[in-house]
Design a protein around this ligand. Sequence first.
Ligand code: NA7
Length: 561
Amino acid sequence: MTNVQGQPQTAGAKADFDAVIIGAGFSGMYMLHSLRDKLDLNVTVFEAGDGVGGTWYWNRYPGARCDSDSYIYCYTFDKNLLQEWNWSERYPEQDEILRYLEHCAERFDLKPDIQFGKRVVEVVFDDDTELWTVRTDKGDAVRARFVIPAVGALSTANMPPIKGLSSFKGKCYHTSQWPHDGVDFTAKRVGIIGTGATAVQAIPEIAQQAKHLTVFQRTPNFCVPARNGRVDPEVTKARKADYDGVRQRIKDSFFGFELNFIPKAVLETTPEEREQEFDKMWDAGGFAFWLANYQDMFFSKEANDVIADYLKRKIRSVVNDPVTAEKLTPKTYPYGTKRQPLDTNYFETFNKKNVALVDASTDGPIEEITPNGIRAGGKEYPLDIIVIATGFDAMTGPLKNLGINGRDGRALAQEWEDGPQTYLGLAIAGYPNLFTITGPQSPSVLSNMPVSIEQHVEWITECIAHMRRNKLTTIEASPQAQDEWGAHVAEVVNSTLMPGTNSWYMGANIEGKPRRFLPYLGPEGVGGYRRKCAEVAEKGYEGFVFTSQGQGGTVHTIAAE
Ligand code: NA7
């Protein structure tokens, strides 16, 4: 075990590692590769699972697949990897993505530096040594100069606080903690709680196997067809030949996809003109309808209503029973302000004889889980299996759970009681040398994740390289820069329709969670955010404060100009 290479040390203080990374999903794996293989740092990764993959290790429910097109839902930093890997479908299934990440782990020889089956329970900064101590549930305690939680934005399960949950005598599974050997629904009466993106994928699959499926819906969703399938080999060939172009376009884009808003207001179009555009996006499938629609969609309720009306007509045209169709039609929030689920036969599934819908607002909400099933609206629904598809304590949950204590013993979980405070969604004032990957107040979940992950990993790597070149010991966001960033994040989103909706973006899915917009919806999207982060670095890390330690442990503070 070595000390931090090239760094002056406080007398007697020895780091076991230059950096500890928490999590071995998309972000932790690339972070390890970057720090170890580009900067030659001594790094370890703690991963709670027994394998790599993060999201794709845990979420194994039926129908689990990615909603981004596979050719851009992957690492793009290695040109050979891009050429050698072949995806089987437009949206790969969970097991295929996991195979891809396993392949990357082998290809870059990552596993020797990942400690599996170890959950980090405490991360504490020592003001004297300026090192972090990271502890795991298996008794490890290691000291490191840098700590990088790469814990994902959607990794802390939201177990709904429904009375009687533990009394249920049948089997009960949260979709993000799915048994590795699967669940057999044959001849079973199944209930599923939730109708978010996860449930929209799972419901059609479970309905094919189960004897009967009851869907417990709290809020209906606007769904758009995924239109999954094999990709034309000629299209794949052309994309592979143009990966430099693809990479540049997704890096500069608004959401990390090759999608751009129509530079026109829907309210300025004729009904015929917009219907044609809507049909095109509908037929294309995927996120086009959400992220390449008319540019006033997120800003004007009137514009949004016109667009939402198209989707409502689609629901009514697919679902045979008009009462069920009405229950499945969203009426309480503008389209696009909750995460867009992509579906394959979702609405069609409600035409099946073995599928029933229990809607909270018309049939009555879930009251309790009984030993035999679920009671809602005064009626008990007998069940053998309950699937809990209630999502996550998004973005802040995974970080608050790590037991992070920064300077002067300040506790992150307490400091974030009223919502996250960060600078660029990358760093937190009072928590030196701790970087978050796709953390709150960064574009993160509002983008095609690998694009944002690569940007953060590369920025952090360059920042640490800068510190080593300049013999700097710590970097920390200034409270002022952090406040300004928080105000900017709020200001930008307040000009949109997003804050009015009860979404997990707003923390509204978790009882008692403060109502704050969690990601960053920058005016120029991920491209503009990337430029902002690059500019901060070019200006000598504007908004950050560095320290360096001279002879005898004297601390010099260096503020960026
Ligand atoms: P989501 O999108 O948060 O969906 C969770 C669903 O569960 C949603 O329909 C919720 O209704 C419902 N829910 C949550 N809590 C309860 C309780 N207590 N009672 C009844 N119903 C409840 O999670 P997903 O896993 O589908 O997707 C998360 C992200 O993963 C997704 O956006 C992608 O980015 C990948 P609500 O709408 O809150 O009324």
